[in-house]
Design a protein around this ligand. Structure first.
Ligand SMILES: [Zn+2]
Length: 339
């Protein structure tokens, strides 16, 4: 996976060493560094990647294994392969300068294997989500996977409905402390997939998928997660998106439009949810409908629920059994326990 771990403006005062925490990485990972001093003159900089221990040695003025470039001018580019597990730092060493403060723009990308514990946790969550979906909706099996894609994105494949969550995106959202956005993105892709596999119109419409995602968050009683999702969209530059969309014919609405749409729904969720209830109940299992009654009774359409509860098919067991026994939760729909 490739992960941007720093994109910062750093000021290193004259005679000082400035550093930025890059988080942890495993031995054998690579940090790719690009840095440039903004200074009009004296634009030479000394930039290093240091392990925690080497940083301490450097700060103490002792010999160390920090690696990078010394007093280089213009755009500085290098990569460093790590020798140790653990925390690493981007270091701007301006200790040699008597007078000049260095103003540095730096970008660091970590190229690494995904840590096994995180990968397996992600995978467990996806397995559970997948089992929950199969338990909740009447839908053909599709694949739900997390893998590196070389970009921060997620996809629903139109031919099969298979969903890919790019590990780069999930890491980025975790790093930015927007875990709720992961669910927003996941439900968005699920919206494409379900409508597609059910043969319904609107399956490839981005606003429809966003709307579905918000309804799912309400159904799960987790609408506060929409805030992360909106924050994530708010980070995007809508002007750049507009230019890209005009050039490349991208059909995704601009982030600013998606934010407005989401806010409109959050202000008056009932109307939108009522419409989706009519569309979704007929495609739900008995367990899914009952789960919904438990987690989000406020938004349940009572008369409609009664009607479909009587005729809804029981969930298939295969999908749930397909997950390892330790993760089996046959009592659970997408939204938690069924009583
Ligand atoms: Zn989409």
């Amino acid at each position: 996976m490739r992960l941007e771990v720093a994109n910062e403006y750093i000021e290193a005062k004259a005679g000082q060493i400035a550093y930025v925490d890059l988080g942890s990485s495993a031995s054998g990972s690579t940090y790719e560094v690009q840095a440039r001093a903004d200074n009009a003159v004296y634009n030479d900089i000394s930039v290093f990647i240091c392990s925690e221990r080497d940083l301490q040695m450097l700060l103490a003025g002792r010999s160390n294994q920090c690696r990078g470039t010394n007093k280089e001018k213009g755009l500085v580019q290098f990569s460093v392969k790590t020798q140790h597990d653990g925390r690493h730092y981007l270091v701007i060493n301006n200790s040699y300068s008597m007078m000049v403060e260095k103003k540095v723009n730096a970008n660091v990308t970590l190229v690494a294997h995904m840590p096994e514990e995180i990968r397996s946790k992600f995978e467990q969550n996806l397995l559970q989500a997948n089992a929950g979906i199969q338990r909740t909706f009447v839908v053909d099996d599709f694949d739900f996977r997390i893998e590196p894609c070389g970009m921060k994105n997620a996809f629903s494949k139109s031919a099969t409905g298979d969903i890919t969550m790019c590990s780069e995106l999930m890491f980025d959202l975790l790093k930015k402390k927007m875990p709720g956005a992961i669910e927003g993105v996941m439900y968005h892709e699920l919206g494409h997939t379900l409508l597609n596999l059910w043969g319904l119109p609107g399956w490839d419409n981005e606003e429809t998928a966003d709307e579905f995602a918000l309804v799912m968050l309400y159904w799960a009683g987790a609408q506060e997660k929409a805030i992360d999702w909106i924050r994530y969209y708010a980070e995007h530059d809508s002007k750049a998106e507009a230019v890209h969309a005009l050039k490349n014919g991208d059909r995704h609405p601009l982030s600013i439009q998606r934010i407005r749409n989401a806010q409109r729904i959050l202000e008056n969720p009932r109307e939108v949810i009522t419409r989706w209830n009519k569309l979704l109940y007929p495609h739900m299992t008995k367990e899914g409908l009952q789960g919904l009654l438990n987690t989000s009774p406020v938004y349940v359409d009572g008369a409609l629920m009664d009607r479909y509860l009587k005729s809804a098919p029981a969930a298939k067991n295969q999908a749930v059994l397909a997950s390892p026994p330790s993760q089996r939760s046959p009592q659970q729909s997408l939204w938690g326990p069924v009583n």
